[in-house]
Write a protein that binds this ligand. Structure first.
Ligand code: GLU
Length: 509
């Protein structure tokens, strides 16, 4: 039987990085087994729906490259893939369970249930309490029929038989056992005719031929009810296997990474930015922070999975080759943002200059900088060993695009000596007359000049660097000069000379 897995988010807001990891592991498992990866949108809880969340999920998957084979926005023969478009199925199946004697109609009003809760501290609707409540297990059948015919609001509940042991062979956690006596009679179909998560999830996993359910650990307790549902429908033979993924933990301290941790630690915890109704509900993303999606994928892959070797750098294709559920750990994985940055540096360095230029282009454009591909490709080549995030190309490398606006004056004071003035002027003159302006020729010419004038390379190179970039950081000095071209280089050297004199003048007065 071919593998079919699904990523089944509820569109209740932006998809936190944990959700993307769930999508990734499903994707890897599907690809590894030449199976099918499905995107199903679980939007049956109408109260929690957030406009734009579905589009967000699709965009986030596209950005990370986790493209579903079937699903909302991706087509496929097993749809519809949005649960709100499948309402009729759920009603039919819920009623079927009533006919089979595994579910029942319950007419208790919300007020009546609230009164029960007030009267009895841990009230649950279960095999103990259901006998004294208003449902089709207790009421005479003609009363039930009348109520149904009169359209009296009601729900359908699962009839959980006590005294059963439910064994789940979780692919990550091993055997997990639940006691049915401890489970409540979950609502399957709500009064508004919409299914609950449990019913819709099981009906869809069955109808969509899902073979493996790979999802977050928070769903493990629900699995007990899910197994009962499969049994009640008579689908136990084709029940999917379960794999519950470990939590993603906060960068420091205890507990699960939350969407609020982004603001708290000043780091992204979402794949792409989300604009909510309020600033507190708006979040930046890895994309906006300047991550390459491949770096984010690699980082997330190792949040809970390990290859069994010390290797850390994996392309998506390599991950597909290496991935196995056996290598997913049971314990939570700490969200180490420094590691994410390290991956991004590595991926930027490994990316071709022309491709990087494509990433730099919109960033340069936003700042009103020149955006021609040849120039940006050279910027990429000069800066890629030095940056962590994509915007660093224009932020840290701003001097490649615009004149130097600030100089590292502490450094200027250290390196500049007014006695160098005539030699520096002559050097500028020489550069202005240089017949060739490629980095190698220029370097040779400057070295020769230094020798003739008895100048120390340490001194001159630093001053050139300060002149062109304003800082001691930045790319190799002659590469920079070649990129800037003769006119700009000479102009910068003259500006710098004026500035150096001002600094040393100010220092001596
Ligand atoms: N809709 C659930 C969620 O939002 C899906 C859980 C599952 O995969 O069964 O995570």
């Amino acid at each position: 039987m071919s593998v079919r897995v699904r990523f089944a988010p509820s569109p209740t807001g932006a998809l936190h990085i944990g959700g993307v990891r769930t999508a990734l592991y499903n994707y890897l498992f599907a690809r590894k087994n030449k199976g099918t990866f499905i995107l199903r949108i679980e939007d049956t809880d109408q109260n929690r729906l957030v406009p734009g969340a579905e589009d967000y999920i699709i965009e986030a998957l596209k950005w990370t490259g986790l493209i579903p084979d079937e699903g909302v926005g991706f087509g496929g023969d097993n749809g519809p893939y949005r649960q709100s478009d499948r309402k009729d199925f759920y009603k039919k199946y819920a009623e079927q369970l009533v006919e089979l004697g595994h579910a029942y109609f319950a007419f208790d009003t919300p007020e009546a249930l609230e009164a029960q809760r007030q009267a009895e501290a841990n009230f649950t609707y279960n095999h103990h309490t259901r006998n004294s409540l208003s449902n089709s297990l207790n009421l005479p059948s003609n009363v039930v029929q009348d109520k149904l015919q009169a359209g009296e609001p009601h729900v359908i509940r699962l009839k959980v038989e006590p005294g059963q042991e439910i064994h789940i062979q979780d692919l990550i956690r091993g055997e997990v056992v639940f006691q049915s006596s401890e489970l409540d009679d979950k609502v399957l179909l709500k009064a508004d005719g919409m299914p609950t998560y449990h019913l819709a999830n099981i009906v869809d996993d069955h109808l969509m031929g899902i073979t493996h359910v790979i999802r977050g650990e928070e769903w493990l307790p629900s699995t007990a009810h899910h197994v009962l549902l499969y049994r009640s429908f008579g689908w136990a033979q084709t029940m999917p296997q379960f794999a519950h993924l470990p939590l993603i933990l906060k960068p420091v301290g205890n507990g699960k990474l939350s969407k609020r941790d982004g603001a708290k630690f000043g780091i992204p915890v979402f794949p792409i930015a989300w604009k909510g109704d309020t600033p507190e509900d708006s979040f930046t993303g890895f994309r906006e922070a300047g991550f390459l999606p491949q770096a984010v994928i690699n980082f997330m892959a190792l949040l809970g999975w390990h290859p069994g070797t010390d290797d850390e750098i994996f392309s998506l294709d390599e991950l597909v080759q290496q991935f196995s559920i056996e290598h997913i750990s049971k314990s939570g994985a700490r969200f180490d943002y420094e590691k994410a940055k390290w991956f991004n540096q590595r991926y930027i360095q490994a990316t071709g200059d022309a491709e990087l230029a494509g990433h730099i282009q919109p960033l340069a454009e936003a700042r009103g900088y020149r955006t021609d591909a040849a120039f940006l490709t050279s910027v990429a080549a000069l800066m890629k060993e030095r940056v962590t995030f994509l915007p660093d190309f224009v932020e840290q490398g701003y001097f490649l695009f615009e004149p130097v606006s600030t100089y590292d004056d502490a450094m200027v004071q250290k390196k500049w000596n007014p006695a160098l003035q005539p030699a520096f002027e002559a050097l500028i003159e020489m550069i202005d007359q240089a017949p060739a302006f490629d980095a190698a020729s220029l370097e040779a010419a400057v070295k020769e000049f230094m020798q003739e004038h008895g100048l120390k390379p340490g001194e001159v190179f630093s001053l050139l660097r300060l002149s062109l970039a304003g800082t001691m950081q930045g790319p190799a000095v002659f590469d920079m000069a070649a990129l800037l071209g003769k006119t700009d280089t000479v102009q910068r050297l003259r500006n710098a000379l004026t500035h150096f004199n001002q600094v040393s003048g100010a220092a001596t007065h």
